[in-house]
Design a binder for this molecule. Sequence first.
Ligand SMILES: [Zn+2]
Length: 158
Amino acid sequence: MDNDSKDLANSNTDTDKVVLSNEEWKKILSPEVYHVAREKGTERPWTSKYEDSKEIGTYYCAVCGNALFESDTKFESGCGWPSFYKPISKGSVIYANDTAYGMKRTEVMCGKCNSHLGHVFEDGPPPTGLRYCINGVVLDFEKAKEAEEKYNAEQKEK
Ligand SMILES: [Zn+2]
């Protein structure tokens, strides 16, 4: 998130909706992120560095910085994509019916910038029984320790 051109859309604290045209998104996002986030693409399975990551921290929307999932709700689904059983809060993601490819699925999007994240299925573990199958390319991970250090540093500056 140290890229200047991204700052306009990317913020961890601002909870206002981010609305940009696809032309504008194209300038800000990498082709891989744009394809998944704005064209509802799917990354190839087993390609995400987050797929088998067990690090403690928070997963953010790589497009706008909205907090999406905590690492303690991540589980090994074996499906090839990072999987979670619960979003960080009710409003952090939004849902839509997806009938593409002749399948009935529920699409998961970022609650702040409406970027496509993945799908949710009802074959997850307790307590929710849900499996949020998320494209790693649209996730940004921050280790809990680094987040804490950053917070402390910011407090000192004030
Ligand atoms: Zn977002």
